[in-house]
Structure formats: C-alpha cells, structure tokens
Design a protein around this ligand. Structure first.
Ligand code: FES
Ligand SMILES: [Fe+2]
Length: 405
C-alpha cells in the first residue's frame, strides 16, 4: 500500500497554481493500480462515498450487497424500515453472505453452513454447530458473533457509508450542501427510474466531464439548444461540493405533460438548476421539477460503473398519468450521458499516453474540474505548497458565463 509520501513524491505543485497556469493530475492517477488502492482507501474507505439509494431496497427484509473500497458490504432494510450496513461476511468462516439483491428476507442466511442473522445483525441460529442436532456449543457466545456493523447514513434517498468509522458526522460532512438547498424538501423526492452504464474509464474522468459545460455545443448539441451554456454558472458549497448550474432553467414538457415542481419556489429559485459533485463519487442534479442522483462506482483503475437515479417531486408526480413524462425525462438524461461516454473513454486512453502531463484548464470553463482535482489531492493527503491559492475561489464564479463559440 503506498503511503503519504507516494503522493507527495509526485510533483503536484502545478495543480495548485491558479487555474489558468495549472496542470491537472498526472496520467498515473487514472491508470496505476497502486494509486488506485490509495484512492480507494482514502476517499472510499475513510470518506463518505454514496453507495446506493433507498429505492434499491424499499421494504423491510430487502438486502443489497455492494462493494466499498474492495470490501463486501451488505445493506439491509430492517423491520423498522431503517437502512443498516454490515460487513457482508459470515462470522463463522468468512464467506460472503449475500451475493445478489434479495427482497423480503426474514433473516440473512449464510449459504455455507446456514448460520442465520437477524435484520439487526444478531446471530440467531447456528445449526448443528455442536454435532448433528446440537445447535449450540459451550464456549461459543452467539451474542459476540453478530454481523459487524458499518457506519451508514442517508441524505434524501441516497445512502452513504464510512467503512473506517473515522469520518466526521455525515450531517457535518454534507452541511454546506444541506444549507445551500434549504429551500427544498428532499423528503419529497420519489424514485422514478434508473439507468445503468459500464464505462471503460476511471471514475474521476466522468466527474471532470460532468462538471464542465464547455463541451455542450459539440457533444450535446440537442441539450445545448434548450439549455445553453450562456446561462450557466459554477456553484460551490464549502470546499468539497462544486459543479455547474443554470440560472435559466425552464422545465420541459416531457410527453406533453408538466411534472409538478417543489412547492413555494420563488421565480428565481424556480429557474435555478444545480449539478454539484457530492464529493467524491456522486453527481447530483437539482431542478424545480425533478432531480437525479448519479452514482459512480470505481471498478479498478480505468473502469467504473454508473447508476443514474431519476427523482420526481411528491406523490402527485408518481401518478400513472405521468408515467410517459417520467420515462421520457429518464430517457433524455440517459441519452445525454450516453453521449458523454465515448468522450470519457477517449480521455482514459489519452491518460495512458506518456505525452500526457496533466493537460491545461480554461479558467472560465474548467474551473470545477480543477477544483475537483485539488480536492482529490488534498483528501489523499497531499500537502499543497504554502503559497497555493485558497480553495474558496469558486465563489468568484457564480455569475453566468458568456459563451462565445
Ligand atoms: S461460513 Fe457461514 S455458516 Fe459457515
Ligand atoms: Fe456532457
């Protein structure tokens, strides 16, 4: 496992220059297995990655196995309806307990020797442990052999875990974003569909692409025709959450319908759409009439999976009459994301080139990509030079940017 000096031995000083002079993370941060292991540990085991959404395990007894920083974790909806997380291994010989999502299970049963755990993690049954027909054995205390809990929290419908147990409270971690979006009740979000993608590129490249709108006219000409870059600006919340935003959002009429918006928005808030990265691995879009949680799952250096979850606002938006409007909204986002994937995979190939030295940034257009890379380096333990410009500079970028292509 590489240590702090691994990163500090890399010359990242150019990353911490002002955006117009800076160079990005070097190619090995997208291709190197040692770097990948360090990143998995620091960002995904010691941080609060987004790992799932509640709609993936909606009812008590629903089980969802996931992998976090290379470790098997099990999400469980317990009898009271709360989501819990456990290490997904049996206390007996360590086999992975649940390999596929399952619904409505009364217990978590090990496939190997059938030890059974309650939805609260307690070990309930150890069949034949003392020999045929003997289900207990002296010296083996079941109360000490429950599933090992993993720290878990929820914001809106999104589930986060902190494997190390050492991160700040989730509410404190998300606090800048929670305060920025006080004008909406995320409890109104209703899950309206999922799109999945397999991408032959490092997850960070997908983030970098998601937080710039420079490419809109060329990669998404259709999107650009109704949501032009000239009404976009950069938003940021604290020193971790930044992304693109629009001051001119107008809800479409998917399938000829209108999706109900959040209640009581002022005209200015109604027209505001924001798409920050919830550091490190979720792109979250908040619009007046829908939202999305787009979660990226690293799958080794140079590969990741994505799950894009669409949300609409309130029970009225789930009316069967609006099914086509919801489906069309999801399809529109799926198509936009599909347009990005070819570019994202091409960027991955470029990162493997010896000629790649981190590239350069447009200060007007690539500000958040640069911000994100600096966040990565800092959270990995890199010590920026003492004269590095401060992180709060994103606040200067909240006005719409005039676009002149
Ligand atoms: S490994 Fe699970 S019961 Fe033996
Ligand atoms: Fe894009």
């Amino acid at each position: 496992m590489p240590n702090d000096s691994y990163l500090n031995d890399m010359d990242l000083s150019r990353l911490f220059r002002p955006t117009a002079e800076a160079q990005g993370l070097p190619g090995l941060c997208y291709t190197d297995p040692d770097y990948h292991r360090l990143e998995q540990k620091r960002l995904f085991a010691e941080g609060w990655p987004a790992v799932a959404v509640g709609a993936e395990l909606p009812r008590p007894g629903d089980l969802l196995p996931i992998s976090v920083a290379g470790q098997p974790v099990l999400l469980v909806r317990d009898r009271e309806g709360a989501v819990r997380a456990f290490h997904n291994i049996c206390s007996h010989r360590g086999v992975v307990l649940v390999e596929r999502a399952a619904r409505g299970q009364p217990v978590v049963r090990c496939p190997y020797h059938s030890w059974a755990y309650g939805l609260d993690g307690r070990l309930l049954k150890t069949p034949d442990i003392g020999g045929s027909g003997k289900h207990t054995v002296p010296g083996l205390d079941p109360t000490a052999l429950g599933l090992k809990p993993v720290r878990c929290g929820q914001w809106g419908d999104v589930i986060f875990v902190n494997l190390s147990g050492t991160a700040p409270e989730l509410a404190d971690w998300l606090d800048p974003l929670i305060r920025r979006w006080q004008h909406v009740d995320l409890g109104l979000l209703r899950h309206a569909g999922t799109a999945e993608f397999e991408v032959a590129a490092d997850w960070k490249i997908a983030v970098e692409n998601a937080v710039e709108f420079y490419h809109l006219p060329w990669v998404h000409p259709d999107l650009n025709s109704y949501s032009g870059a000239d009404v976009h600006y950069f938003c940021n919340a604290g020193d971790r959450f930044a992304g693109t935003a629009s001051a001119g959002y107008r809800p479409g009429r998917p399938a000829g319908e209108t999706l109900p918006p959040f209640p009581d928005l002022t005209p200015e808030l109604f027209a505001r759409a924001e798409y920050p990265i919830v550091f490190p691995n979720m792109h979250f879009g908040l619009m007046a009439d829908h939202a999305f949680a787009h979660i990226l799952y690293p799958a080794g250096p140079g590969r990741h999976r994505q799950r894009f979850h669409l949300y609409v606002i309130g029970d009225a938006a789930m009316d069967p009459r609006l099914a086509a409007a919801r489906a069309e909204t999801l399809e529109r986002w799926r198509a936009i994301n599909a347009e990005d994937i070819g570019i994202v995979e091409s960027l991955q190939l470029g990162r493997a080139s010896e000629a790649y030295g981190g590239g350069r940034f447009s200060p007007a257009q690539d500000y958040v990509s640069h911000f994100f890379m600096r966040s990565i380096a800092r959270h990995l333990g890199y010590q920026p030079p003492a004269d590095a410009p401060s992180f709060s500079g994103a606040e200067e970028h909240t006005a719409p940017i005039r676009y002149s292509a």
